[in-house]
Design a protein around this ligand. Structure first.
Ligand SMILES: NC(=O)c1ccc[n+]([C@@H]2O[C@H](COP(=O)([O-])OP(=O)(O)OC[C@H]3O[C@@H](n4cnc5c(N)ncnc54)[C@H](OP(=O)(O)O)[C@@H]3O)[C@@H](O)[C@H]2O)c1
Length: 225
């Protein structure tokens, strides 16, 4: 079994670490300030959460296809060093929020998606966009591992690599949510912050409808906030 890591230990990273350790997986976690600041987080998640540096968590066990969740603000993506992520499958749960992250012209114009920006920042990694649409409280409280697919909350999953998309979809399923095919990273504009499916507690059939009718970031009005 390949290693699994979570970078970012705020509301979102914490919720993901809870779900992943709930699967019996050892999960390495990191923030920007270092492992010494993560004692209480590790205690609250449990013994399967181990604190490290962001570079160590990105490097994991070094195996190609190891999984690294990224739960940090989009405005911090350019602080990530690419070398430790080489060969990793990076699950991008982040969002672009102009009020928090500042303007990024290529996102504002719809020329790129957040996942594409991350893929350019981490050229040796395979990026999968997932979990960015769902509020952390729902990850903590509304996981339904035993429910039928259609009775679970939807989590759109997008990647340019179909095998990676399938692999993360299987993990989403294990974590108690309904994976929905979000297409490529370009198509993940339909699941970005402000999209129709964003922060909607809907099942997979409704999520598919919302994805199908969303024309993406280029059609949205990104007024200065
Ligand atoms: N909150 C939600 O419900 C939710 C839902 C879906 C998606 N998201 C997205 O998930 C991301 C995180 O959201 P959040 O609410 O968890 O934010 P948050 O509570 O502010 O936490 C951000 C975390 O990112 C860490 N971080 C920042 N830069 C880093 C770096 N270069 N290396 C390692 N760690 C770094 C911070 O570490 P330090 O504290 O040490 O700086 C902190 O642990 C955002 O993009 C957000 O839009 C959030």
């Amino acid at each position: 079994m390949t290693s699994i890591g979570v970078i970012g230990t705020g509301d979102m990273g914490h919720a993901l670490a809870v779900r992943l350790t709930g699967l019996g997986r050892l999960v390495h976690v990191a923030n920007s300030r270092g492992p010494d600041t993560l004692e209480s987080l590790a205690r609250s998640v449990g013994p399967l959460a181990l604190a490290g540096t962001a570079a160590d968590v990105a490097a994991g066990d070094g195996t190609p296809g190891r999984i690294v969740f990224l739960a940090i603000p989009f405005g911090r993506y350019d602080t990530l060093e690419s070398a430790p992520f080489e060969g990793a499958l990076v699950v991008d749960a982040g969002n672009y929020d102009i009020g928090r992250d500042g303007h990024h012209p290529r996102l504002d114009s719809g020329a790129m998606t957040t996942g594409q920006v991350l893929a350019a920042q981490l050229p040796g990694a395979t990026v999968v966009k997932a979990f960015n649409t769902i509020w952390y409280r729902r990850i903590l409280e509304e996981s339904r591992p035993d429910a039928a697919h259609e009775d679970r909350l939807a989590v759109p999953v997008a990647s340019d690599d179909p095998a990676a998309r399938r692999r993360i979809s299987a993990l989403v399923h294990e974590m108690g949510f309904a994976p929905v095919d979000g297409g490529t990273l370009a198509q993940s504009a339909r699941q970005e912050y402000g999209s129709l499916v964003f922060n909607q507690p809907v099942g997979p059939a409704r999520a598919e409808e919302l994805l199908a009718t969303d024309r993406g970031a280029a059609s949205r009005d990104r007024k200065e906030e």
